[in-house]
Write a new protein. Sequence first.
Length: 289
Amino acid sequence: MKPTPFDYTAPRTVAEAVALLSDPTREAKIVAGGQSLIPMLNMRLARPELLVDITRIPALAQLVVDTSGALRIGAAVRQARAAADPAVRHGWPLLAAAVAHIGHPQIRARGTVCGSLAHHDPAAELPTAARALDARFVITGPQGSRTVSAEEFFVSTFSTAVGDDELLTEVIVPPAPGPQGWAFEELTRRHGDFATIGVAVLLTRDAATGTVRTARAVFSGAGPVPVRLTAAEDALVGTPADEEALTDARHAVLTGLRPSDDVHASAAHRRETAAHLFVRACSTAWERC
């Protein structure tokens, strides 16, 4: 199929882009990488009258570490660029690892970090990584800019806190609180396919006691938003991440995770796989601490 007719424009400022989105006379959609939008246009699942290309806005192309040590990723930054950046690979390796699981090199070369986050497929890698890393999202609209947490940003499947007349202009990832072990695991039928289930794990070690000081576990494909499972985290904190602790944490995943059945996998299969991936991710993250 082919898309319905639409107009195209490429503004040079965020203010111009927001003005176009705010025009009540026609429906406008943002396009950057187009890896989700273009297929939807071709299948006529989306029928915007205007495509607003934001890739020519210089302010949205920034990929920098600011004076506070936070990573700032503009809305036009390609996934491949973020994953290859030395600062990202050193300071936020979980983010780089999550990007590496997205599709194939051709997709990552065109797709944008913010585009994947704004699209919000709950089985996707970047929403899960953003939730695990406590990312913040800068949303700009007619009334100015506002910043929301990852918990507030992801509302439901394919739904975020970005309004119809607003634009996700930047994602801000805070620096790690200290040396941190990390791991990103997911199950796919083939590399590059959509994940059946996935998990991002972050652990820090208490140097004095040799035990887990903090833990973060966030699952993809387990609900309408990335699912943080605090019961599994609590089962690890204060332990040496040994077999007993991992068994308790695995039980917390099996009892606390509530995925759904669909044509790709049953809820029971997802739950069992999530528990297995979680234990493996914890072992890897602990080794990296």
